[in-house]
Design a protein around this ligand. Structure first.
Ligand code: PLP
Length: 404
């Protein structure tokens, strides 16, 4: 049974006040809040078994190694990866993308093509531009429409035997649009291209099955999934991870080292140089358990209710325009009122205890498409309520009165 009042008790931060008002946290697309069980896992690690992993025979090191490898197992199960060694623990989505983008330098030639989408986060644009500079490959962009959806027949036309890679986010962080990744993956494979899906924004709402999707790479960050910052995952199909060279050199990623030649460790350690975020990895596993205990179907259904309610209530404000109106979207509402600068609205609602995001949301090309400097973005999680949405609507109305 999904009971938001009970779930809210798991999040100590939801008890605090901001500027004398109860906190209303609507910046979940930037980072999610942390349940007590995850906080406890972090405290427990540093209180009881803080040690380096994989290379110690002593008890603490073994306990830490076991806990870290158990977390990897949980990630494998969550994403339904075929093999444990296809799960690379990283510092987060950006790190995961850079491992792939850098690795492809040795696999691309002048004139090869990479396709990205108009709905990408900067972290999913810049690494590919850098890759193109290094290799002479050409970047192509799937355009978007007024509703904030990708135009699939334009994608079909971009694809050819020159396409070597396709990169699309599963869900747009700026607008909340859920992209038709099943179709995008199938079409990429039809021309023999590899495909990477950025799941940073989808994983808090949807449980992906990487085998079912038949995706080559899938990446996510723990901190958007009730876990800590600085840890995430790169899932890659075994054949692709074997083709890619290591990203960083260092400890843990080697097999034999001499000054003449070093041979690399096997998967997953080839991509895990140096001491990882051990505590973060363990806490990531606990966060996945927590989310799964609530259930992603229940989370998605409840967030849909919040989205519909929020859309209806906010739309009723005169002069308010919502950007991103696809039927296929998650609980993100990006909006502006008349010509009021989003930053001014954000500042006033913060005075009333409400955290929203303002700006371009690391997705400037989307803002350019709409010819706006940015938006106010309210993004809801399963621990938010309709009462909080009412507070937002009242705060936005007040801001509008003060600013117009
Ligand atoms: C948050 C986000 C990222 C970046 O994640 P980091 O944890 O900052 O590396 C990338 N893509 C999308 C769609 C995001 O929402």
């Amino acid at each position: 049974m999904f009971d938001v009042a009970t779930l809210r008790k798991d999040f100590p931060i939801l008890n605090r006040t901001v500027n004398g008002k109860p906190l209303v946290y609507f910046d979940n697309a930037a980072t999610s809040q942390t349940p007590q069980i995850v906080i406890d896992a972090i405290v427990d690690y540093y209180s009881m078994y803080n040690a380096n992993i994989h290379r110690g025979v002593h008890t603490l090191s073994q306990e830490a190694t076991d806990a870290y490898e158990l977390a990897r197992k949980k990630v494998q199960q969550h994403f339904n990866a075929k093999h444990l060694y296809e799960v690379i623990m990283t510092a987060g989505t950006t790190h995961s993308i850079n491992i792939v983008a850098t690795g492809f330098s040795s696999l691309l030639n002048q004139g090869d093509e990479i396709i990205v989408s108009a709905l990408e986060h900067h972290s999913n644009i810049v690494p590919w531009q850098m890759l193109c500079e290094r290799t002479g490959a050409i970047l192509k962009v799937i355009p978007m429409n007024e509703e904030g959806e990708l135009v699939m027949n334009a994608y079909d036309e971009l694809l050819s035997e020159r396409t070597k890679l396709v990169f699309v986010n599963h869900i747009s962080n700026a607008l909340g649009t859920i992209n038709p990744i099943e179709y995008i993956i199938e079409k990429a494979h039809a021309v023999g291209a590899a495909i990477l899906i950025d799941g940073a924004q989808s994983c808090p709402h949807i449980k992906p099955d990487v085998q079912d999707l038949d995706v080559d790479f899938y990446v996510a960050s723990a901190h958007k999934l009730c876990g800590p910052t600085g840890v995430g995952v790169l899932y890659g199909k075994e054949e692709w991870l074997n083709k890619l060279p290591p990203y960083q050199g260092g400890g843990e990623m080697i097999d034999q080292v001499t000054f003449e030649k070093t041979t690399y460790a096997g998967l997953p350690h080839k991509f895990e140089a140096g001491t990882p975020n051990i505590c973060g990895g363990i806490a990531f596993g606990v966060a996945l358990d927590y989310m799964n205990s609530i259930g992603f179907d229940a989370i998605a259904a409840y967030e849909r209710e919040l989205l519909d309610y929020g859309t209806q209530q906010l739309s009723a404000i005169e002069g308010l325009k919502i950007y991103g109106t696809s039927e296929q979207k998650t609980s993100v509402i990006s909006f502006n009122i008349d010509a009021i600068h989003p930053y001014d609205i954000g500042t006033i609602v913060d005075k009333l205890g409400i955290a929203v995001r303002t700006g371009h949301h690391c997705a400037q090309p989307i803002m350019d498409f709409y010819k706006i400097p940015g938006t106010v973005r309210a993004s809801f999680a399963f621990y938010n309520t309709k009462e909080e949405i009412d507070l937002l609507v009242a705060a936005v109305q007040k801001a509008k009165m003060m600013l117009s």
